[in-house]
Ligand binder design. Structure first.
Ligand SMILES: C[S@@+](CC[C@H](N)C(=O)[O-])C[C@H]1O[C@@H](n2cnc3c(N)ncnc32)[C@H](O)[C@@H]1O
Length: 332
């Protein structure tokens, strides 16, 4: 993975300025007023940009390809974080069951083909999807950039001899094997600035004939404007009920104004907010090139329970997954 010098692109990016501050003092970073030069990232035509520094130097957050900065995922996914909070795919049973069924079907198909059931779960979190793969008898390697999450994974599944957990702080997957029959990214691609490079590199670790499953990434906002607006409105209603209202409102206001606080992992960890979703067509076209068959699954996902029901009934779609089978027999 990312073997060539200078090719280390992962993954979770902060503006250079923030990095220096974090490196210098960790938590003692200066809280910056939104919009002040040199402080925040401002979105402009779909891509976040840092406001020029007071010195006249500006640091851009490119769409992808920036060099490794710091492990924002770990700064955000601290011990005791509840992954279900704000995660519709984990907290709404109906949605969870639908997505789990997709995974179940893929594992069953691999079993029917007598492929060795070796699964790599990238960004496993607390194992919301790891659990099913283990229950179906797979050997599962769960990898995550957050050490507290890896510790929790080991606590939950560590006695299972078919379970392995790997802490991968730079998200390069460098220590992984290269013969997995299934690689899955559930609710992970949208955290990665250069998700296409990461996907391409990850797929090189799939055995011939193996599968790729991605789930729970927001569709590109600009291609699905109405659904995105409905999603945002319902999200806001959900956020109002979550406590710490003033912080929540400040975050919303900053986001509405297209300003992101680069010192706040909460602003930077959900990278789709910066780049306005994940380009489902680009991911699908990559999968079509590399796999014998690839399909796009689109569905509705919203934090608010009522919002989930309404969106489902209206047939809205704001999230997607990619189901790809037969690695190595694509159009490429
Ligand atoms: C929203 S959580 C999803 C967790 C789990 N897959 C689920 O759906 O319950 C995203 C997780 O991905 C991890 N992560 C983000 N980028 C990663 C990368 N490049 N490699 C490994 N883990 C990553 C984060 O640390 C976090 O635990």
């Amino acid at each position: 993975m990312y073997r060539r010098a200078g090719e280390l692109h992962q993954i979770n990016v902060m503006c250079e300025q923030s990095l220096l501050r974090l490196a210098a003092g960790g938590q003692t970073v200066r809280r910056i007023t939104p919009g002040r030069p040199g402080s925040c990232c401002r979105r402009s035509s779909g891509t976040a940009r840092c406001v020029p520094q007071a010195s006249g130097r500006s640091v851009a957050l490119p769409k992808r390809g920036i060099k490794l900065a710091t492990n924002i995922q770990e700064k955000y996914y601290l011990p005791h974080i509840d992954y279900r909070r704000g995660s519709p795919h984990l907290s709404h049973p109906g949605l969870y069951d639908r997505l789990i069924e997709v995974l179940r079907g893929m594992i069953q198909e691999l079993a029917d083909q007598r492929m060795p059931l070796r699964v790599l779960d990238v960004g496993a979190g607390h194992g919301g999807f790891t659990e099913l793969a283990l229950a179906m008898g797979c050997e599962v390697t769960a990898v995550d950039m957050s050490r507290p999450s890896v510790d929790e994974l080991r606590r939950r599944f560590g006695t299972n001899p078919k379970f392995h957990a790997v802490y991968d702080p730079d998200g390069t997957l460098r220590d992984m094997d290269d013969d997995y029959s299934l690689i899955m990214f559930v609710s992970v691609l949208h955290h990665i600035p250069d998700y296409m490079s990461c996907l391409k590199m990850a797929c090189q670790r799939i055995a011939s004939g193996g599968s790729l499953l991605t789930l729970q990434d927001p569709l590109l906002y600009s291609r699905h404007k109405t659904a995105h607006r409905v999603d945002q409105a319902a999200y806001l209603a959900w956020r109002l009920g979550q406590g710490n209202l003033s912080r929540g409102m400040k975050t919303r206001l900053r986001r509405i104004r297209g300003i992101l606080d680069e010192t706040d992992p909460g602003d930077m960890v959900e990278y789709h907010v910066i780049r306005d979703g994940v380009d489902e067509e680009e991911v699908l076209s990559f999968a079509t090139m590399e796999f014998a068959e690839a399909s796009l699954l689109t569905y509705w996902s919203n934090q608010l329970r009522l919002g989930q029901r309404l969106g489902d009934q209206l047939g809205l779609r704001d999230y997607f997954g990619i189901i790809a089978k037969g690695y190595g027999s694509g159009l490429a």
